[in-house]
Design a protein around this ligand. Structure first.
Ligand SMILES: Nc1ncnc2c1ncn2[C@@H]1O[C@H](COP(=O)(O)OP(=O)(O)O)[C@@H](O)[C@H]1O
Ligand SMILES: O=C(O)C1=C[C@@H](OP(=O)(O)O)[C@@H](O)[C@H](O)C1
Ligand SMILES: [Mg+2]
Length: 204
């Protein structure tokens, strides 16, 4: 029953507010999930501007609150400590105002986080092929899981393990080689189609 509001003289249920020709402004936090290099951070930042919503990157939030960067947390406290901080940060961010939230690539693998996202957000998997992910992550040192002797093989193994879980997201958007804006537009189109399908439906 949530979301009832009068529109044009009729009672309608909406989970979004109309914004001219752009994708409607969502009432739930849009949560970007997907592998490292999919573009969650860079697409999320631009998407938030387009939707006129605040943007938060979960990794940046963890860095801000701990005063340590991601490799430092992994090195000094281990991956599990990072995952615990990540779960707490995302739970808090979801309990606050509606926003665009870029998660780190491992966050959606956590069942508690997945449930919190299902309860309070709308998840969008930015799906990419291996070549694209390799291209976008090669030579960058800030992702501890990719600091291996064969980052391509590491990414391939992570794809095999994680893609079935990312596939549980509410929406899937393919991100291909090309300008970031193109992916942003694809996400906006997917959101618009999703909200259009929800029109007159009081599930949310
Ligand atoms: N079409 C695109 N979509 C997203 N990112 C792109 C695209 N093309 C190039 N990039 C680059 O790929 C990198 C993606 O990294 P990032 O946004 O940090 O991904 P993630 O947060 O998913 O790990 C950035 O350096 C970005 O500039
Ligand atoms: O996939 C992962 O497990 C990780 C992804 C990273 O974020 P991005 O996906 O934004 O690179 C960051 O959270 C950390 O290095 C672990
Ligand atoms: Mg990121």
């Amino acid at each position: 029953m949530a979301g009832f509001q009068p529109t044009g003289g009729r009672l309608a249920t909406t989970n979004s507010l109309p914004r001219g020709n752009a994708a409607p402004k969502p009432r739930r936090t849009i949560v970007l999930v997907g592998l490292m290099g999919a573009g969650k951070t860079s697409v999320g930042r631009r998407l938030a501007k387009r939707l006129e919503l605040p943007f938060v990157d979960a990794d940046e939030e963890i860095v801000r609150t701990t005063g340590l960067n991601v490799p430092e947390i992994f090195e000094r406290f281990g991956e599990q400590a990072f995952r615990d901080a990540e779960r707490r940060a995302i739970a808090r961010l979801l309990s606050e105002d509606t926003k665009v939230l870029a998660t780190g690539g491992g966050a959606f693998l956590d069942a508690v986080t997945r449930q919190a996202i299902a309860d309070r957000g709308l998840s969008v998997w930015l799906r990419a092929e291996l070549d694209v992910l390799v291209e976008r992550t090669i030579g960058r040192r800030h992702r501890p899981l990719l600091n291996t002797c064969d980052p391509r093989a590491t990414l391939a193994a992570l794809m095999a393990a994680r893609y079935p879980v990312y596939a549980l997201a509410d929406l899937i958007v393919d991100t291909i080689d090309g300008p970031i804006e193109q992916t942003v537009e694809r996400v906006e189109a997917a959101l618009a189609a999703h909200f259009a399908g929800k029109e007159g439906n009081d599930e949310e």
